[in-house]
Design a protein around this ligand. Structure first.
Ligand code: ATP
Ligand code: MG
Length: 445
């Protein structure tokens, strides 16, 4: 993309009403624009990152054997009456009526609808195990929408639902989700720690929230510092292998890590004092096993191998796709702007031309541009007739992890400058070498 042709409304001023850094930088980098409280337009740069995050979520869900689909945002109230949640949900649910006065709602989540779908088609245990998911906009009329996309009213969520014959199988689905989430967040450059959370009125130990540690997080958390040393890395997992998934779950959940809702001082105090941490965190996902409650209410039964009719064991599993942009920025920025991890960066590399209009500099930039494009990488070429200082400031704000600076002086010596946004370190090298270096960095992702 050539910046002169792009739509990137970078702001010079810090917006007054944005309280946390991710919100400020998303506004300043021209990623989002508020439409009304807690509702945002995704401008091209923000939309690009949102799509990258979605793509990672899709890939990792499908690696775990989960099946993508799409359910509507608008739902009929009827199903929610069957589950009893139409009244229970309260003012967070946006209720709408259509021209025939039929009661509708903008879905805050999809347990009812997916259970109804499965109930309509699945009649035998042979169709199981089954996990369906979608990535769809949700609406929750939050009392206090704030912090930009972090707590929106309209927000994008991956929500997945497992349907299993037995509790044991459903717990395997739970473990599978935990494992696949670890990998999902790591690919986005995030450490998200599974923490024991409150399962609400349903009870039981089977819910974990994934938290990214950040001072601006809304949740209070307590953990054993050893947990931050754990990395999932690129280990190969057979997601059908129950023992393997269980082992990963145990590895990542055996140390103390809880949200304030489940925190127990006495248990926490058993952790050696030097390792005890209390901090704040951003909830970027939650997994849940809840048994047969929805299946019974919405009629999702199958015949088991003995011919008996049994309700399906279910769980639901969410990832806050749009919130993740905020969480990534909170975890990765400096005072000049965003620093995108390679896995989600909107463009792979920035090209800054120090002397637009200089035949040699223009030509070198054009060849870099096509070299990257030919390799399937996306460069953002700042080809505007702007002062170098402005170009650098913009590039730093939008946070591309790599920048190549091209100027007549370097070109005389046959070199361009490759700069890491994270470390600020620069290196002079021939243009072809710079392309090779950047290509190598992205080859493993
Ligand atoms: P919270 O406690 O933050 O209100 P929740 O526990 O009600 O969230 P879930 O139902 O678990 O949310 O939804 C799954 C994920 O969707 C959450 O882990 C979070 O990342 C994201 N999410 C929930 N509410 C919002 C919101 N208002 N804006 C943006 N993302 C949200
Ligand atoms: Mg939650």
């Amino acid at each position: 993309m050539r910046l002169s042709r792009y739509f990137l409304p970078v702001l010079k001023e810090t917006p007054a009403d944005a309280q946390i850094v991710s919100h400020r930088y998303m506004l300043r980098a021209g990623m989002i624009r508020q439409a009304s409280a807690g509702i945002y337009s995704w401008l091209p740069l923000g939309f690009k990152v949102l799509r990258k995050i979605e793509q990672i979520v899709h890939e990792e869900q499908q690696r775990a054997g989960h099946i993508p689909m799409l359910m509507p945002t608008l739902q009929s109230a009827d199903l929610w009456r069957q589950s009893g949640r139409y009244d229970a949900y309260g003012p967070e649910m946006l209720r709408i009526s259509d021209r025939h006065d039929r009661e509708m709602l903008y879905g805050p989540t999809n347990e009812e609808m997916i259970t109804d779908i499965v109930a309509s088609y699945v009649t035998s245990y042979k169709a199981l195990p089954l996990t369906l998911y979608h990535i769809q906009w949700k609406f929750r009329d939050e009392v206090r929408p704030r912090f930009g996309v972090m707590r929106g009213r309209e927000f994008l969520m991956k929500d997945g639902y497992n349907f299993d014959l037995t509790k044991e199988d459903a717990l395997h689905a739970y473990n599978r989700h935990l494992v696949s989430y670890l990998r999902t967040y790591e690919r986005m450059g995030l450490q998200a720690i599974p923490m024991r959370a409150d399962s609400g009125p349903i009870g039981g130990d089977y819910t974990h929230e994934f938290l990214v540690l950040a001072e601006t997080g809304e949740s209070e958390v307590f953990y054993d510092s050893e947990i931050t040393d754990l990395k999932f890395g690129d280990r190969e997992i057979d997601f059908d292998d129950k023992a393997q998934c269980q082992a990963v779950l145990e590895e990542f959940t055996s140390r103390y890590a809880r949200t304030d809702e489940t925190h127990e001082e006495a248990v926490f105090n058993e952790v050696p004092e030097a390792r005890r941490r209390s901090a704040r965190g951003i909830e970027v996902g939650q997994i849940f096993y809840f048994g047969t409650e929805y299946s019974e209410k919405l009629g999702a039964y199958v015949q088991d191998s003995a011919g008996a009719k049994v309700p399906l064991h279910m769980g639901s599993h969410g990832i806050g796709v749009s919130r993740l942009l905020g969480a990534i920025i909170e975890a990765s920025h400096d005072d000049k702007g965003i620093i995108w991890p390679e896995g989600v960066t909107p463009f792979h590399v920035g090209i800054v031309n120090l002397k637009q209009g200089d035949a040699e500099a223009d030509g070198a930039c054009e060849s870099l541009y096509s070299a990257f494009t030919d390799l399937g990488l996306e460069p953002l070429y700042d080809d505007r007739d702007e002062r170098a200082g402005n170009k650098f400031a913009n590039m730093d704000m939008i946070g591309l992890p790599w920048r190549i600076t091209v100027g007549p002086r370097g070109l005389k010596n046959g070199v361009v400058e490759l700069t890491s946004r994270r470390t600020g370190e620069s290196e002079e090298l021939p243009p072809e070498e710079a392309v090779k270096r950047v290509a190598e960095i992205y080859a493993g992702l």
